[in-house]
Ligand binder design. Structure first.
Ligand SMILES: [Zn+2]
Length: 104
């Protein structure tokens, strides 16, 4: 997991992540063993409904905002045995500043 600490790092991560709005097929209905690390120092389950899905990316990537106001960009891998891996994570207010600067 890469922890992003500056707005410039977040802007670069967003621009490399091909984020798209979530859609009607977006599902976080995975088993409880599918967990990801977050920069808030907790491990969350992908199916935790207290996470908001901010955006998605192909193939199976989710941009979550957790209850502690941290953003994690998470990839779920595997068909029969799924595992989630956090690609990057940062504080939600830093993420918002980056979105503002990107005009998103
Ligand atoms: Zn978190």
């Amino acid at each position: 997991m890469q922890i992003l600490n500056t707005k410039d790092e977040v802007i670069q991560a967003i621009s490399e992540s091909n984020l798209q709005p979530k859609n009607s097929l977006t599902s976080t209905n995975y088993g409880n063993h599918v967990t990801f690390q977050c920069s808030c120092n907790e491990t969350h389950t992908v199916n935790d409904i207290s996470n908001q899905v901010f955006a998605i990316a192909m193939p199976v990537k989710f941009c979550f905002i957790c209850k502690n106001q941290h953003v994690s960009f998470v990839q779920v891998k595997g068909f029969f045995s799924q595992k989630a891996n956090t690609i990057w994570s940062c504080k939600a207010d830093l993420f918002n500043e980056a979105l503002d600067q990107l005009g998103m």
